[in-house]
Design a protein around this ligand. Structure first.
Ligand code: MN
Length: 264
């Protein structure tokens, strides 16, 4: 099995080496194509206005001056053009990707791009910041990741669907279990703007996210992580809202425009 590993935190990120180890536990044919710079929050962006450049940073490892989506495209269409990967792994992200995070996340986008190119893809993220001693539990994805990937690969997996795995902020042995979840919705105003002053006294702004415990509904990715479980959410790339679309069938027509024109 050929595995392509990417992330959004950048080629030097610790989480990438953790994911590399997870991949190596599953196969000897593992390739890294990851961004030069931290691309967190880059979502599914493509670099189209400047050329893409990549360089070898190790054995079967490359860094691309671009986004996670660029990396997966370069990985599949350039680096591995002789034989496509069977699996794309993206992460392990420094911080969870839950609820609407998935629409901002470069980690998720790496898996989205793999999925669009016809390769089964899994995003992995580690919750960080809730351990009372400030520990980061990278051993948790390392210990539980390979087995979860095996289970997912053996499961029914429709086209246009990717898997979003989040690990709780707990040591491997303290994890309560694993749950198949749905994308939740944050019940808090997480997004905020910080205003600061530069050297000249002019204001500049920094977007930040507040991360605190909340009380999310059962069955969601947020709830699973809050309860100490690993969360696995299948995400679908077709964003159509079907009931709204069906409702629009009786609403939309060009007749109104014709009436307005006749009246004018
Ligand atoms: Mn990130």
């Amino acid at each position: 099995m050929r595995i392509l590993v990417t992330n959004d935190d950048g080629a030097g990120a610790h989480g990438l080496s953790v994911l590399h180890q997870i991949a190596k536990a599953l196969s000897d044919d593992v390739w890294i194509v990851a961004p030069e710079m931290n691309q967190s929050g880059a979502s599914h962006a493509l670099t189209l206005q400047v050329p893409l450049r990549y360089r070898e940073i190790g054995e079967r490892a490359f860094a691309v001056r671009g986004t996670p989506a660029d990396c997966v495209i370069m990985g599949i269409k350039q680096v591995l053009k002789d034989k496509a990967p069977d699996l794309v792994l993206s992460g392990v992200n420094h911080g969870s990707n839950l609820a609407e995070d998935v629409t901002y996340s470069g980690t998720i986008a790496g898996a989205m791009e793999g999925t669009l190119l016809g390769v089964r893809s899994i995003a992995m993220s580690l919750t960080i910041g809730f351990d009372p001693d400030g520990k980061q539990h990278w051993k948790t994805p390392l210990e539980h990741g390979p087995h979860l990937v095996e289970q997912l690969l053996a499961s029914e997996w429709p086209a246009m669907t990717l898997m979003n795995i989040n690990y709780p902020d707990l040591a491997p042995g303290d994890v309560k279990g694993v749950q198949a979840t749905r994308q939740g919705r944050r019940d808090q105003g997480g997004l905020h703007i910080q205003e600061r002053a530069d050297t000249w006294g002019d204001p500049y702004f920094w977007v930040g996210f507040e991360r605190r415990r909340s009380d999310p509904p059962a069955g969601t990715d947020l709830r699973a992580i809050a309860d100490g479980f690993i969360s696995v959410t299948p995400l679908h790339l077709n964003l159509t809202h079907e009931t709204t679309r069906a409702g629009l069938e009786g609403v939309l027509s060009l007749e109104g425009a014709k009436r307005l024109k006749d009246a004018g």
